[in-house]
Design a protein around this ligand. Structure first.
Ligand code: F6R
Length: 242
């Protein structure tokens, strides 16, 4: 596992945005997944500025969903899709086909899974995935102890239900998520796990120390040679000897 440590959140966000731009330049028809949540917000802002202002052809990129809260779609502020819309997609000139996202409010969630699985299979896997890490180590909505392969509907862990209120204006009673599975995450040609801030230091340390186990979902990434950790100083502070 390669570990990249940055002075602060801004430098971390810039470095991850660089990876996305590099990917688009190297393979203009890349399939790229970026997590929702707070961690990638800085990266999304930088990306939207750079994609608009630099001469970068992103017309063939497809952005694929990592996850969504079951019962929500882009109309709820705080949903994964809404966050990506607001912070990236809406400012770019993208066709409808360039964004393939789970609709957590769809009547048939199995069809939602199939739609995403088909897109990923057709491309022979994702080219780049940018992940955040939950306070319990979850990846997407792959919660501790749950084993998924492809896109799946999963029960949210209690920690996730406690933390989720930070995303929404009102208290929502959400119980399930729809998420890419481990097989799809691990098959990505490049995997970036981002973490920032002192509150993530503990789980980052656990991930590093843990054996590879579905009980610590992020530890599964250590199985992949394509995996790199991108963290800021605060998120690694627990390790610090000085
Ligand atoms: C969100 C997602 C989650 C988050 C994780 C960290 O789409 O997949 O796994 O990445 O819960 O959330 P933040 O970044 O808000 O700390």
């Amino acid at each position: 596992m390669k570990e990249n440590i940055f002075k602060d959140y801004n430098e971390l966000s810039e470095a991850v945005a660089d990876q996305v731009i590099k990917q688009i330049k190297n393979k203009p028809d890349s399939l790229i997944t970026i997590a929702g949540g707070e961690t990638p917000l800085g990266t999304l802002q930088i990306l939207s500025n750079r994609l608009l202002n630099e001469d970068i052809d992103y017309s063939k990129v497809t952005f694929v969903s990592l996850d969504e809260w079951v019962s929500l779609n882009e109309s709820t502020v705080g949903s994964c899709r809404e966050s990506l819309n607001t912070n990236l997609f809406d400012s770019l000139n993208l066709t409808d086909e360039q964004v393939v996202f789970f609709d957590g409010d769809a009547e048939n969630l199995t069809d939602e899974c199939k739609q995403i699985d088909d897109v990923i299979n057709r491309n022979d896997g994702l080219d780049l995935i940018i992940l955040g890490i939950g306070m319990n180590g979850h990846l997407g909505f792959n919660e501790p102890g749950i084993i998924t392969r492809k896109s799946s509907i999963v029960k949210l862990a209690d920690v996730t239900k406690q933390v989720m209120n930070k995303y929404f204006d009102e208290e929502l009673k959400l119980t399930h998520g729809i998420t890419l599975g481990y097989e799809q995450i691990l098959a990505s040609k490049k995997i970036v796990l981002m973490a920032n801030g002192a509150r993530k230091a503990n789980i980052i340390q656990i991930m590093k120390d843990s054996e590879i186990s579905y009980d610590v979902p992020a530890s599964i990434l250590k199985d992949s040679n394509n995996f790199e950790l991108y963290i800021d100083e605060e998120a690694r502070r627990l390790n610090e000897k000085d």
